[in-house]
Design a protein around this ligand. Structure first.
Ligand SMILES: Cc1cc2nc3c(=O)[nH]c(=O)nc-3n(C[C@H](O)[C@H](O)[C@H](O)COP(=O)(O)OP(=O)(O)OC[C@H]3O[C@@H](n4cnc5c(N)ncnc54)[C@H](O)[C@@H]3O)c2cc1C
Ligand SMILES: *[C@@H]1O[C@H](CO)[C@@H](O)[C@H](O)[C@H]1NC(C)=O
Ligand SMILES: *[C@@H]1O[C@H](CO)[C@@H](O)[C@H](O)[C@H]1NC(C)=O
Ligand SMILES: *[C@@H]1O[C@H](CO)[C@@H](O)[C@H](O)[C@H]1NC(C)=O
Ligand SMILES: *[C@@H]1O[C@H](CO)[C@@H](O)[C@H](O)[C@H]1NC(C)=O
Ligand SMILES: *[C@@H]1O[C@H](CO)[C@@H](O)[C@H](O)[C@H]1NC(C)=O
Ligand SMILES: *[C@@H]1O[C@H](CO)[C@@H](O)[C@H](O)[C@H]1NC(C)=O
Ligand SMILES: *[C@@H]1O[C@H](CO)[C@@H](O)[C@H](O)[C@H]1NC(C)=O
Ligand SMILES: *[C@@H]1O[C@H](CO)[C@@H](O)[C@H](O)[C@H]1NC(C)=O
Ligand SMILES: *[C@@H]1O[C@H](CO)[C@@H](O)[C@H](O)[C@H]1NC(C)=O
Length: 537
C-alpha cells in the first residue's frame, strides 16, 4: 500500500469517526431512528406521504428548516444539540404517527409551534430527540356570526389578528405583542398583552381545543375532560399532548383605539413618575393599559449613563376621552394630545410591535426571513407592593453599573384581578401590581460571552429579591427560565426538581397539574426539562 492510499484510508476512517461523534449524525443511522421513520411512513395518511414531511441531517435543507423557527441564537449555534429528525407535520396523521412511533421506538419528542420558547425547549435537548414542527398547521377560521374562531397551533398571533380584522375591525383577541409568536406555545403558557386588563389572558378566552393524546387519539373539550382542558390553558401544552387547534371567543373593541409613547429620563423626573405609575397603573380604567420599559442609555454629559423609561400606552377609546382620564389619574406622565394617535385596533398591534405608523396590516403576516442572530436570556418577577423611591434609585444605580439588562413592567388589575387563582393553572391574579420581564441580550457569540451575560442576568435577579414576590418567588411560564429549576433528562441522579419550578409557575395549581398528568400520561411520554411529572414516575 503506497502512502497516498494509506493516507486517504486514514482520512476516510477519520471522517467516519468524526461523523459518528458529531451530535447530529450520532444516531442518524441507528435502528431507533430508522424504525421511527419507517413506522411514521406506515402510519401516515396515503394522501400525505411522510417523506414530504421528514428532514434528517442528510436532507440538504435540514438546517434551514431547523432554524426557520429558532428565535434565540444561544440555541441555534453550530454547537447547540440538534434533533435526529424534524417532522414538519402536514396532516394530523403525522402528529398521531409521530407520537405513536416515537413512543414505540423509545425516542423523545419536542413540540414546536412558533419557536419562541425562551430557553429553546421546543427545539433543543440534552438527550436524542425528534422535533414535531407544527408550522404548516396555520389556518385561522373565523365564525363572524358567533364571534368565535378556530386557530391552529402553528398560526402566528399576527396572522390571527390580521384574519380577525379582515372580517370585522371591531373584533379582536387578547394575546401577545410579538406578532410571530405561535399560538401552540403562547396560549398554552397563558398569553398576555395590552388587552389583559380589559379581557384577561388568551387562556381566559379559549372555549375548546383539539389535542392529540399519548395514544394518538384526537380529543376535543368534551372527550378530553374538563381537567385536561383546564391544564392546557396555562399549564404548558407539551406535558399533556400536542395541541392541534384552539377555539377562541373574540372580544369587541372600539373601531379606533388611542396609542402613545412618552419617554422620561432619569436625568429629569423619572423616579417620581415611575413611583406614581406603580401606585396607579393597576387601578386605572380597564380600557387603559400603560407599560413602562427601562433601558440604560448614554447620558447628556459625555461618558455618563442614565436610564430612559418609556411609557407605552393604549386606550380603548378616542383621545378626547383619554385626556381628562389622564389628567385626573396620572398627570405626572405629562401626556399631551400631540403624543396620541388614533388608529384601528389591528394597526395598533403593529405599533406595539415597533412598526412605523402607516404600515400596511399585511406586515402581520411577515415571518422572519433570516435566522435570528442575537442571544438573549429572560427572567420574570411579580411585584405586590410599590417599591419605595429610595429603592427605585438603588435599582437604577445597579442597572447602570451592570448595563445590558432591560426591564418591562406590565400592569395587572382590571379583569386580571377578577379571575380566581385556580380558574386556570396560571395563578398570578389578584394581589399583583405588575409583572416584570427582564431581558439581557447580546450579539457576541461563544461560551465566554454567554457566561458573562448570564451572570449579569442572574446578578440582577438576585439584586431584585427584596422588592418582588417571595415564598414562592413567582415566575411566568411564558418567560421560561431554567435557573428556577429543571429536570435534565440525561441527569442520572434523578432528583425531582419539578416542585421548585412547579410552585413558582403554578403555585397551588401544581398539584392539580400533577394529578391531570398522572391520569392522561402516567408513563411520562410527554416530558421535557420543565414538564409536569406524573406521580411516582
Ligand atoms: C420576542 C418574544 C416576545 C414575547 N412576547 C410575549 C408577550 O407579549 N406575551 C406573552 O405572554 N409571552 C411573550 N413571549 C413568550 C412566549 O409567549 C412564549 O415563549 C411562548 O411559549 C411561545 O410560543 P411559541 O409557539 O412561539 O413557542 P415554541 O417554542 O414553539 O413553544 C413553547 C412551548 O410550548 C410547547 N408547544 C408549542 N406548540 C405546542 C403544541 N402545539 N402542543 C403542545 N405544546 C406545544 C413547546 O414544546 C414549548 O414547551 C415572548 C417571547 C419572545 C421570544
Ligand atoms: C411498516 O409496514 C411494512 C409493510 O406493511 C412492514 O413490513 C414493516 O414492518 C412496518 N414497519 C414498522 C416499523 O412499522
Ligand atoms: C429528505 O430526504 C429523504 C431521503 O432522500 C427523502 O425521501 C425525503 O423526501 C426528504 N425530505 C423532504 C421533505 O423532501
Ligand atoms: C354558530 O354556532 C352554532 C353552534 O355551534 C352553529 O350551529 C352555527 O352553524 C354557527 N354559525 C355559523 C354561521 O357558523
Ligand atoms: C362587528 O363587530 C361589532 C362588535 O361585535 C358589531 O357590533 C358589528 O355589528 C360587527 N360588524 C359587522 C359588519 O359584522
Ligand atoms: C454612548 O457613548 C459611547 C462612548 O461613551 C459611544 O461609544 C456610543 O456610541 C454611544 N452610544 C450611543 C447609542 O450613542
Ligand atoms: C386638567 O385639569 C386641570 C385642573 O384640574 C384643568 O384646568 C385642565 O383644563 C385639565 N386639562 C385637560 C386636558 O382636561
Ligand atoms: C392601518 O392599516 C391600513 C391597512 O393596511 C393601512 O392602509 C393604514 O395606513 C394603516 N393606518 C395607520 C394609521 O397605520
Ligand atoms: C459573575 O458575577 C460575580 C458578581 O457580580 C463576579 O464575582 C464573577 O466574577 C462573575 N463571573 C463571571 C464568569 O463573569
Ligand atoms: C443533576 O441533578 C442534580 C440534583 O438536582 C444537580 O445537582 C446536578 O447539577 C445535575 N447535573 C446536571 C449535569 O445537570
Amino acid at each position: 500500500m503506497d502512502t497516498i492510499t494509506t493516507f486517504s484510508l486514514l482520512l476516510s476512517t477519520l471522517t467516519l469517526a468524526l461523523s459518528v461523534l458529531g451530535s447530529t449524525s450520532e444516531y442518524s443511522s441507528s435502528p431507533p431512528l430508522e424504525n421511527f421513520l419507517q413506522c411514521l411512513s406506515n402510519n401516515s395518511s396515503p394522501s400525505y406521504p411522510a417523506s414530504n414531511a421528514i428532514y434528517t441531517p442528510k436532507n440538504s435543507s435540514f438546517l434551514t428548516i431547523l432554524h426557520m423557527h429558532t428565535h434565540n441564537n444561544r440555541f441555534s449555534s453550530p454547537t447547540a444539540p440538534k434533533p435526529l429528525a424534524i417532522v414538519t407535520s402536514l396532516h394530523e396523521s403525522h402528529v398521531q404517527g409521530t407520537i405513536t412511533c416515537a413512543k414505540n421506538h423509545g425516542l423523545q419528542i419536542r413540540i414546536r409551534s412558533g419557536g419562541h420558547d425562551c430557553e429553546g425547549l421546543s427545539y433543543v435537548s440534552d438527550v436524542p430527540f425528534i422535533i414535531l414542527d407544527m408550522f404548516h398547521h396555520d389556518s385561522v377560521d373565523v365564525d363572524i356570526e358567533n364571534g368565535t374562531a378556530w386557530v391552529e397551533s402553528g398560526a402566528t398571533i399576527g396572522k390571527l389578528y390580521y384574519t380577525i380584522a379582515k372580517k370585522n375591525n371591531s373584533l379582536a383577541f387578547p394575546s401577545g405583542v410579538c406578532t410571530t409568536l405561535g399560538t401552540g406555545g403562547h396560549f398554552s403558557g397563558g398569553g398576555y398583552g395590552n388587552l389583559m386588563r380589559k379581557f384577561g389572558l388568551s387562556i381566559d378566552n379559549i372555549i375548546d381545543a383539539n389535542i392529540v393524546d399519548v395514544n394518538g387519539n384526537i380529543l376535543d373539550r368534551k372527550s378530553m375532560g374538563e381537567d385536561l382542558f383546564w391544564a392546557i390553558r396555562g399549564g404548558g401544552g407539551a406535558s399533556f399532548g400536542v395541541i392541534l387547534k384552539w377555539k377562541i371567543k373574540l372580544v369587541s373593541v372600539t373601531p379606533q383605539v388611542t396609542v402613545f409613547k412618552v419617554i422620561h429620563s432619569l436625568e429629569k423626573d423619572a423616579t417620581n413618575v415611575v413611583y406614581k405609575w406603580q401606585e396607579i397603573a393597576s387601578k386605572l380604567d380597564e380600557n387603559l393599559f400603560i407599560r413602562a420599559s427601562f433601558e440604560v442609555v448614554n447620558g447628556t454629559q459625555k461618558g455618563t449613563k442614565t436610564i430612559n423609561v418609556k411609557f407605552i400606552g393604549m386606550f380603548l377609546g378616542l383621545i378626547d376621552k383619554l385626556m381628562p382620564l389622564m389628567n385626573t389619574s396620572f398627570p405626572q406622565l405629562g401626556l399631551k394630545k400631540s403624543d396620541c394617535i388614533e388608529i384601528p385596533w389591528v394597526n395598533s398591534t403593529l405599533y406595539w410591535a415597533n412598526y412605523p405608523i402607516g404600515t400596511k396590516i399585511e406586515a402581520l403576516l411577515d415571518v422572519p426571513k433570516e435566522p435570528i442572530f442575537y442571544n438573549f436570556k429572560t427572567m420574570s418577577d411579580y411585584v405586590k407592593k410599590p417599591i419605595s423611591k429610595t429603592h427605585l434609585e438603588s435599582i437604577w444605580k445597579f442597572m447602570i453599573k451592570i448595563d445590558h439588562v432591560k426591564m418591562e413592567w406590565n400592569p395587572y388589575g382590571g379583569m386580571m384581578h377578577e379571575i380566581s387563582a385556580s380558574e386556570t393553572p396560571f395563578p398570578h391574579r389578584k394581589g399583583n401590581l405588575f409583572l416584570i420581564e427582564y431581558l439581557t441580550s447580546w450579539g457576541e457569540n461563544g461560551v465566554e460571552a454567554e457566561n458573562h451575560y448570564l451572570n449579569i442576568s442572574k446578578a440582577f435577579y438576585e439584586f431584585m429579591t427584596p422588592y418582588v414576590s417571595n415564598s414562592p418567588r413567582e415566575a411566568f411560564l411564558n418567560y421560561r427560565d431554567l435557573n428556577i429549576g429543571a429536570n435534565y433528562p440525561s441527569n442520572t441522579t434523578k432528583i425531582d426538581l419539578s416542585q421548585s419550578y412547579g410552585i413558582k409557575y403554578f403555585w397551588g395549581n401544581f398539584q392539580k397539574l400533577v394529578s391531570v398528568k398522572s391520569r392522561v400520561d402516567p408513563q411520562n411520554f410527554f416530558r421535557y426539562e420543565q414538564s409536569i411529572p406524573p406521580l411516582l414516575h
